[in-house]
Design a protein. Sequence first.
Length: 226
Amino acid sequence: MPFDPNVHARRRERVFAEMERRGGGAMVLPAADEKLRNAENEYVFRQDSDYLWTVGLDEPTGAAVLVARGGERKLVLFVRPRDKEKEIWNGKRAGVEGAKERFGANEAYPVAELEAKLPDLVEGAPTLWWRFGQDPAWDARMARTLGTLRAGVRTGKRAPLAITRSRRRSSTRSGGAAGAGRATVRSSRPVRTRRSCITARATRRSRTGRCASSTRAASTTGTPPT
């Protein structure tokens, strides 16, 4: 199916609306990475379903951050920069400008700046929607982001008040962006998960019609339960 930016923009509006209904915050959706098959070849690339459904960008590496709070809605993309030599072999890249002009990003940055800018994007968010347990490297990155914010409390930094664990459940056809909303882990005390799925509400359809419950959060610091 050809790329239609309006389709993805409408999807994001539904997700933004559901985020606002839940009090607002920030949602982080990683793009898939390329996987090596052997020393010389890679597996055929398949984009992360949530990222593709939300953004429509079928390129590896990077992330989308959706921010909905204080009346503001914005999409921030981290993408691979243009590279004429690599594009000869691997195809054209959108680059930072293409991310804004074609894919509707309000802000776009090279993926190399992701870790430096992520704390500022999620700082003070009432809720951070994040999909724990899908990628150890990304879980570690998010832990560093939260650690940076908590370490800066004395200088005015504020970590998200709640972390909502999300789970990838669906394909581009079933409306799977941001299966966020499964479980809220508040930093003050452990809570049980809620059987709710932000994506199902945002898209008004879901193949399963339900979200599986998860275990009781074991931490009171807002870190992911083990």
